[in-house]
Design a protein around this ligand. Structure first.
Ligand code: ZN
Length: 283
């Protein structure tokens, strides 16, 4: 497995905690819109060899969680795929507890768990293996209200939502976010809807430096180069494109760094220009 790694943004220390990676056999890879240039899969394959497998258009999906230590608070960003086996990712079993052990991070030491959205590959470790108690027993869990209503309000509530999210409310540890919120000094939940209605990204700012943990706005580093490509797993594809284009523009304009849960571990880097085009460059 890929082990934990550390990055500092001003006074905030980030530890990447990989939760495993899987070769996706049939992932709905983006297709260019009619009339647009074909996607240079071979180029992306060369630039991000850890992000693909086999044929160039097949993705290797990584699952990074991030521990943030900031101003006396410890924050976990996303909860990975969990104990699994996670069928959509080739029955992957997550490794977050192993990564935490290697990094010397105790589950009880977290104050906040921030969920970018309510999908099961981001909420798999919310509870202990027996699904009895919240795994991060001293933390409050943050989720956008629109995801709570979107998944919980369906006639048939998805099993993963019943299993990993609803019991958080029953345990009294779920806090719903209604809009852009700086919930800790320099740590801001940004609304980035499209992949899900309540999807959020996390902006980390300290001492003039910034980094955005993009969540599933950016599912592959190739989207930094072509944010306008539609992504078939977005609940609202047009909204997803608009959000992605705006977020990549802003990250570049502000000079922020960027990290993403599904990028090759540890998943952080910067946006650079090569012959006029933007590329993700790992740090
Ligand atoms: Zn995801």
């Amino acid at each position: 497995m890929t082990g934990p790694a550390i990055l500092e943004i001003g006074d905030v220390r980030l530890t990447a905690l990989p939760d495993g990676a899987a070769d996706i056999p049939t992932w709905p890879a983006p297709e260019p819109t009619a009339g647009a240039a074909p996607i240079d899969w071979a180029g992306y394959h060369r630039a991000f060899p850890e992000g693909f497998h086999g044929e160039a258009h097949l993705w290797r999906i990584h699952n990074n969680c991030y521990c943030l230590d900031t101003g006396g608070l410890r924050i976990l960003v996303d909860c990975g795929v969990g104990v699994g086996p996670y069928p959509r990712y080739g029955n992957l079993r997550g490794e977050l507890p192993v990564a935490m052990g290697l990094a010397g991070i105790d589950a009880g030491s977290f104050d906040i768990v921030f969920l970018t959205h309510a999908h099961p590959d981001h909420a798999g470790w919310t509870f202990d293996e027996e699904l009895q108690r919240p795994r991060f027993g001293n933390a409050r869990y943050l989720l956008h209200r629109r995801d709570w209503e979107h998944f919980g309000g369906r006639e048939t509530v998805p099993p993963y939502f019943r299993r990993f999210i609803q019991p958080l409310q029953e345990a009294g540890v779920l806090e719903l976010i209604d809009g852009e919120t700086e919930f800790a000094p320099g740590i801001t939940a940004m609304e980035t809807p499209g992949h899900t209605p309540g999807h959020m990204s996390l902006l980390v700012q300290s001492r003039g430096q910034g980094l955005v943990i993009a969540g599933d706005v950016l599912n592959s580093p190739m989207f930094v180069t072509e944010p306008e490509l539609p992504f078939g797993s977005d609940a609202d594809i047009a909204r997803g494109v608009a959000t992605r284009v705006a977020l990549v523009d802003r990250i570049e304009a502000e000079g922020w760094r960027v990290a993403a849960e599904h990028f090759p571990a540890p998943g952080w880097g910067k946006v650079v220009r090569v012959e006029g085009r933007r590329w993700f460059r790992a740090l």
